[in-house]
Design a protein around this ligand. Structure first.
Ligand SMILES: [Zn+2]
Length: 418
């Protein structure tokens, strides 16, 4: 059994789902401490230095550079230790299935096969005759993102055992609660001391993300004028009516249910209130900075229009930025993209650049000054009891990472500036 497979099977059997109902504490679940402890021990066993497992279940460690690369900037590799709370995630029992084509059956639950067909995942065809790690069908696998964790850990072990392999100083960072939006939030970027890095997260082999949405959340507050309904004529302003008007004026074709690829959207996520006051919550998403700014302007324009009709202060809009498209901060650092694509090709993978229709840990880190695109783990069907990962994908991703870090063992061309 390969090192990466052994680690992966071991890590997925340590429970570590995050919990959106306990976002006030990090980690949101005590079990993530156990996962962090195991990873801290493994980093030490590999020979990493400065291993820290902190009180929030963040794990960091340093692998010193290979001879000759000591003076170069450190490279971070980051993965998240929590499993998604979207599917049962306690008591994961992984097993290997020799895939012979047709439906991939993970297990049988209540007499029904839990399976994935090649129609659902056409990539399956590439893995005929190979071993695929599945669950027993009752839980997710948490290849998202224990595959990323195992791949980084196996890389570090390989580099440590083979001092002839070139690499800069590598900073490993394993973070909790990514699935509930915290992720790298409490990672001390300055203390980590890496100039740039990659997250190893996300799905099918070859997928590469260096673009993601820019994201904000808008709170729209509507204040009505309440009087007795019996004597309301020409006086009452019903906040519910105005809120409904507001929503009707937002471009209908630009909702998540009608958009894909590089299209952005307005998405109403929450509404609460009474005839006197209503609060609407929207999330705004776009890849293009100007288009993103126009979305906020659209909400403010609609508010101004309604205020002209119903009175100043009836509708107010507050916008809070959540994260930004990391491509904006990668300008001038094309090598971060080029190296990743080249490393894919060197191990026989055809890379595909996919704009991420969501945030990544890397987007947040990029904005905090640590440029950080995302490399795929090779897993499929994340957040589902049908989640699986081919053994060959785990193994080839370690090879890919080995090629990738070698490219940082020489000075980079930062001439275009960041
Ligand atoms: Zn993930």
């Amino acid at each position: 059994m390969s090192d990466v497979l052994e680690r992966f099977l071991r890590y997925v059997q340590v429970d570590s789902p995050s919990d959106p109902d306990h976002m006030d504490v990090t980690p949101s679940t005590p079990c993530q401490h156990e996962m962090a402890r195991v990873l801290g021990e493994d980093l030490r066993a590999i020979g990493c230095q400065d291993v820290v497992v902190d009180e929030h279940a963040y794990v960091t460690g340093t692998l010193p550079a290979s001879p000759g690369a000591e003076g170069l900037p450190a490279l971070m590799l980051c993965a998240h230790i929590d499993a998604s709370p979207d599917a049962p995630a306690h008591g994961v029992r992984p097993h290997l299935v020799r895939y012979e084509g047709g439906p991939l059956v993970a297990g049988v639950v209540d007499g029904e096969p839990v399976q994935t067909t090649p129609e659902q995942v056409p990539d399956l065809e590439r893995f005929v005759g190979q071993d695929i790690v599945c669950t027993d069908g009752t839980t997710l696998l948490s290849a998202d993102d224990k595959a990323g964790v195992a791949e980084i850990m196996a890389l570090l072990a390989r580099l440590s055992a083979h001092p002839e392999l070139p690499h800069p100083t590598i900073k490993a960072a394993f973070v909790p609660d990514e699935e509930i939006g915290h992720g790298a939030g409490l990672l001390d970027v300055e203390a980590l001391g890496a100039r740039w890095g990659y997250t190893v997260d996300g799905e099918a082999l070859g997928e590469f993300n260096y673009e993601c949405f820019s994201a904000s959340e808008a709170t729209v507050r509507v204040r009505g004028v309440m009087v007795h309904p019996g004597s309301a004529k020409n006086v009452m302003v019903n906040a519910i009516t105005v809120a409904a008007e507001f929503q009707q004026m937002i471009p209908a074709a630009e909702r998540p249910e009608h958009t894909e690829g590089r299209e952005g959207f307005y998405h109403p996520t929450d509404i609460e209130g009474t005839a006197s006051e209503v609060t609407l919550t929207y999330i705004l998403r776009d890849f293009d900075a100007d288009a993103f700014a126009r979305r906020e302007k659209c909400l403010r324009d609609v508010a101004a229009f309604l205020n002209a009709r119903y009175g100043e202060g009836t509708v107010t809009v507050t916008v809070r930025e959540q994260y930004r498209n990391m491509a904006e901060r990668l300008r001038g650092m094309d090598f971060l993209v080029d190296h990743a694509l080249a490393a894919n090709r060197e191990v026989g993978i055809d890379p595909v650049v996919v704009p991420a229709r969501g945030g990544t840990d890397g987007a947040q880190l990029t904005f905090r000054g640590l440029p950080c695109p995302n490399i795929a783990t090779g897993g499929y069907n994340a957040h589902s009891v049908r989640e699986f990962i081919p053994v060959s994908s785990l193994e080839v991703t370690v090879d890919l990472l080995e090629r990738l870090v070698a490219r940082f063992a020489v000075p980079q061309d930062e001439s275009q500036g960041a």
